[in-house]
Design a binder for this molecule. Structure first.
Ligand code: NAP
Length: 383
């Protein structure tokens, strides 16, 4: 049977849109996928020149670029450059829109796409606040359209492998969790308009990097078979401030899953982060440690607890689960979107909208508890 082909419209021509588009153009068989495939039929930018340049770049891979497969195999044959995002929403050759604009535009762009009848995959963080997200979910449900936050890490081979360990029960009940996404980012050298620097674009570490300690909190604790708390809350948080624009330099927050455990989550723009321990779940029978970087780790370890000689985990084991060669890692989430739309689903069981809401509420709490220039920032829900 021939694969189901999803026709994508890409919104914005920035860094991550380019990465996503290139992954759509990688041969699906390179990641052992044969039931779905992808076609890029429209690209929208604030200028048509930029949209065309983006398309020209996709059509001109360097020798050996894995994504050169797409252009050679007709995946860009009908692509159209639009000088506005609206042009893509209204393009009859588009089934689903990928939103790759700065955080503060996710709500408007996603809403406009849904109202035009398109399915949407929206970059993280989904929205500025929970009100925006609830509005988008209501619109998608009313219009029976697919909607998902682009948390690509959830679909990586390592994420499924770790889930199998948790389901096997060999680690027992979670006792403690910690996750960290830190990188040394030279804010001083960036212009005021940089999206990490500018509070109006949702700048700072929390909204940009927070989805990554959160993805492991959700996969390791929230989706753990032992967890019953569907609305874990932030019980304490701290932010330090970048003086020039008032955005948060680092954010630290503690989440409690009632009756189970607490987790400490960190984002930090001032330090390179712990290379061998980006997320750690300590359980009754042993620990599970995920290596850096949290957005795309390839290795995890299972470690015995020396304090409990009766525990069932007896020796340290190391497990490698890299993304398939030639794929940056965003192709898997695109495959999920294609399968869900093919099957008439309006959300993914792997990345449910309720789980996006849990994380969005954490960000709202941390911002409100802190003193950054995004403390009082409100989204534009309803507008
Ligand atoms: N999943 C991941 O691994 C990952 C990685 C990086 C970023 N992201 C997310 O993707 C989003 C975009 O990040 P990025 O790094 O791609 O940003 P970027 O390189 O700055 O690109 C953003 C694009 O948005 C469009 N845009 C519209 N209004 C804009 C405005 N007022 N200021 C700046 N750009 C505007 C521009 O495209 P046009 O000129 O074509 O309209 C611009 O190129 C962010 O929300 C970020 O959190 C995700």
């Amino acid at each position: 049977m021939s694969p189901y082909t999803l026709r994508w419209g890409i919104i914005a021509t920035g860094k991550i849109s380019g990465q996503f588009a290139r992954d759509l153009l990688v041969d699906p068989s390179s990641r052992e996928v044969s039931d779905v495939s992808h076609q890029i039929t429209a690209v929208g930018s604030r200028s048509v020149e930029s949209a065309q340049k983006f398309i020209d770049g996709l059509k001109n891979p360097a020798e050996g670029d894995s994504w050169g497969w797409g252009a050679k195999n007709g995946k860009l044959d009908r692509v159209k450059a639009h000088g506005s995002y609206d042009g893509v929403y209204n393009d009859p050759n588009v089934d689903a829109i990928y939103v790759g604009t700065p955080h503060n535009l996710h709500y408007k762009n996603t809403k406009d796409a849904l109202l035009a009848g398109k399915h949407v995959l929206c970059e993280k963080p989904f929205t500025i606040d929970i009100e925006e997200l609830e509005d988008l979910v209501a619109i998608a449900r009313e219009k029976k359209l697919f909607l998902m936050e682009a948390v690509w890490t959830r679909f990586h081979p390592i994420a499924y492998a770790v889930e199998e360990v948790l389901k096997s029960g060999k680690l027992g009940k979670p006792k403690r969790f910690a996750a960290d996404f830190s990188m040394e980012y030279d804010l001083d050298s960036k212009p005021d308009s940089n999206r990490f620097v500018d509070p109006a674009l949702g700048g700072g570490s929390l909204l940009d990097m927070g989805p990554y300690p959160s993805v492991w909190a959700m996969l390791l604790v929230h989706r753990n078979p032992h967890n019953k708390d569907q609305n874990p809350k932030v019980v304490s948080s701290y932010q330090s401030i970048y003086k020039r624009s008032g955005v948060d330099l680092d954010s630290r927050w503690i989440v409690e899953w009632e009756g189970l455990c607490r987790g400490q989550l960190v984002t930090d723009l001032t330090s390179p982060g712990l290379r061998e321990n980006t997320a750690a779940l300590q359980c009754e029978e042993g620990d599970l440690i995920i290596e850096y970087p949290p957005q795309k780790p390839e290795t995890f370890h299972i470690i015995p607890r020396p304090d409990r000689y009766l525990a069932s985990v007896k020796e340290k084991t190391t497990h490698h689960h890299p993304v398939h060669a030639g794929n940056h890692g965003m192709s898997y989430e695109a495959d999920e979107v294609a399968r869900c739309i093919r099957d008439g689903k309006t959300e993914s069981e792997r990345m449910p909208l309720e789980e996006s809401k849990v994380v969005q509420r954490w960000f709202d709490s941390v911002r409100k508890n802190g003193n950054s220039s995004t403390k009082e920032m409100k989204g534009t829900a309803g507008q």
